[in-house]
Design a protein around this ligand. Structure first.
Ligand code: ZN
Length: 236
């Protein structure tokens, strides 16, 4: 990195499906980059209003959950240091039914506005939930149209990408980020997503015990080939 690059503010765009995806899957990485001054924009396709968890004991209903989850996501963003939040206003559990060209176009417009240095989204096949796969597919297409495939990374669950071979990847396709200094922020964001996390008793243990449940690394898959073949440790 040269002197000019160090003075430019780096931008990161994360395009996910639901409130809590950002925290539960890659909250440590977002907190780390925010703490380093990276300007982070989060896009959430939905407000998570079809989530099955309604608080514990339940205190939300289908009418009140969307506003509650939006508020929780705003609090989680504050804990992680995410500066901007956009909702696409798509109904939860229907992202796969949205016209793909329209969805891709909306994300591409955001990309052209923000000009991110790194983009995070779901892998269109490994996303695990139809909403995740659909938003990942559209965000991937949008990055390709904007010429940003080199800056695109797919999020992954837990430490499954410590061994990427069963998924058709090698270590050179993986970026492994050390988040051990940012687990307190990740925990605070977990707790901000209260209606989703309060049924998980470990989240509410004393901080040190709760934090010990988190992995010290988060893993990302490069969308573009990596000529060096070596595992990476940075998204920039
Ligand atoms: Zn989700």
């Amino acid at each position: 990195m040269n002197a000019t690059e160090t003075t430019k503010t780096r931008n990161l765009l994360a395009v996910f499906a639901h409130p809590d995806d950002e925290t539960f899957i890659c909250g440590g990485t977002l907190a780390k980059y925010a703490s380093e001054g990276v300007d982070i924009t989060l896009v959430s396709a939905t407000r998570g209003e079809m989530g099955r968890r309604m608080g514990n004991p339940p205190y939300l209903n289908r009418e009140t959950i969307a506003a509650a989850r939006e508020q929780e996501l705003r609090q989680a963003c504050a804990r992680l240091g995410i500066r901007r939040l956009h909702f696409l206003g798509i109904r939860d559990k229907t992202v796969e039914f949205v016209d793909e060209a329209v969805l891709t176009g909306r994300i591409e417009a955001l990309i052209r506005d923000i000009r991110p240095d790194a983009v995070l989204t779901f892998h269109e096949k490994l996303g695990g939930h139809p909403d995740h796969c659909a938003i990942g597919k559209a965000a991937t297409a949008a990055c390709e149209r904007a010429g940003l495939r080199e800056s695109l990374f797919f999020i992954s669950f837990g430490d499954v990408m410590e061994h990427p071979e069963p998924y058709g990847y090698t270590r050179g396709d993986i970026v492994k980020i050390d988040v051990s200094a940012h687990l307190e922020a990740k925990l605070a964001a977990f707790r901000a997503h209260r209606c989703q996390s309060e049924i998980d008793e470990w989240v509410w243990l004393p901080d040190r015990e709760a934090v010990s449940r988190f992995g010290k690394h988060e893993y990302f898959i490069r969308a573009a080939a990596n000529p060096s073949g070596r595992e990476g440790h940075s998204l920039f």
